[in-house]
Design a protein around this ligand. Structure first.
Ligand SMILES: [Mg+2]
Length: 237
């Protein structure tokens, strides 16, 4: 008996957003060094960048609050298109991110995250800002942080480890790209739900957010999406 929705829990940094690349550019400027001197092949603790005690916290605070990294960072290739296809297939996209670790910076972190999701055209039905991820009741998770993957699995959850240099020791299942994520998610969801698969390259769904937002902002009254009609992201616009 298929369940109502298959919920996919999607992490942002290191999965949808290229955190290492964005942070490296800012750190290089702040420290006055060549970005090439800060290897992208880095460990979880940024040991290769030679940061001293307290440097990560200080630089990350600058990156988030002054340089608006969460608004401007590059998207990981394939993430938007894949998430649109998965969403159109009936999968519930739940963004789960631990970004509220800069004290007194929550307004910027939340607003810039929402702005970035719209700019990069990532579809989602709900979003959770929290550090302890095992309690958000997704059917399948994608995460890159070794401690998150292991904690989620320890609680009996299905987790795809999104491959990064700092998680090579994490056991599979692992995805090296969003193409692999799509295949793995569809396989998992097909076992739990009835899906309508949209094949790669056949649906310009990624452009839909721009079109629908433009239409919505031209309305004189707020537009509330109808179930099964407009994408549910628009309900909260
Ligand atoms: Mg992450």
């Amino acid at each position: 008996m298929p369940t109502a929705s298959f919920v996919l829990g999607v992490d942002l940094d290191g999965v949808c957003a290229d955190h290492t690349f964005a942070f490296r550019a800012i750190v290089a400027e702040e420290l006055g060094v060549d970005p090439e001197d800060l290897p992208l092949q880095r460990s979880w603790g940024f040991n290769e960048w030679g940061l001293g005690e307290g440097d990560f916290e200080r630089l990350h605070r600058i990156a988030v609050l002054q340089r608006r990294m969460f608004r401007d960072m590059p998207v990981v290739a394939g993430a938007p298109e894949t998430l649109w296809r998965l969403s159109d297939a009936g999968i519930w996209i739940r963004i789960i991110t631990h970004r509220l670790y800069v004290n007194w910076g929550h307004a910027i972190a939340i607003a810039d995250t929402a702005e970035w999701l719209d700019r990069q055209r990532l579809p989602y039905r709900d979003i959770c800002f929290l550090g302890a991820k095992p309690e958000v009741e997704a059917d399948l998770y994608i995460d890159d942080a070794p401690h998150n993957v292991e904690a989620l699995r320890a609680h009996g959850n299905q987790v795809i480890a999104f491959a990064q240099p700092y998680n090579t020791d994490v056991a599979g299942p692992r995805a090296e790209s969003w193409a692999e994520v799509e295949e793995m998610v569809m396989d998992a969801a097909a076992k739990a739900t009835a899906l309508q698969q949209t094949f790669p390259g056949t649906d310009p769904a990624i452009a839909r957010l721009d079109t629908k937002r433009a239409e919505a902002t031209q309305e004189s009254t707020p537009v509330i999406g109808l179930p099964g009609e407009d994408h549910p992201k628009l309900i909260s616009d």
